[in-house]
Write a protein that binds this ligand. Structure first.
Ligand code: SF4
Ligand code: SF4
Length: 70
């Protein structure tokens, strides 16, 4: 079992708070827009350690960390 970060991209408002909060520099605003017209967040899965700091920082509940079987 390990932890993995999941993103609800339609909730993202492109505010950038999580980009600043992430200690691993794993987040960036992408070039694609979501259904509300905001450029949404992208995660670099090579860098992400599923610490959930972004989930605490995001005011719009974009992130969830779940246990996965790999
Ligand atoms: S879970 Fe941690 S490492 Fe991964 S994107 Fe969020 S803040 Fe960064
Ligand atoms: S903090 Fe949340 S709403 Fe703001 S850019 Fe990050 S994921 Fe999007």
């Amino acid at each position: 079992m390990s932890e993995k970060l999941f993103i609800s991209s339609d909730r993202c408002k492109s505010c950038g708070l999580c980009v600043v909060a992430c200690p691993k520099d794993a987040l960036s605003i992408g070039s694609e827009s979501n259904s509300s017209g905001y450029k949404y967040i992208q995660v670099d899965e090579e860098k992400c350690v599923a610490c959930a700091i972004c989930a605490i920082a995001c005011p719009d509940y974009v992130f969830t960390v779940k246990e996965v079987t790999e």
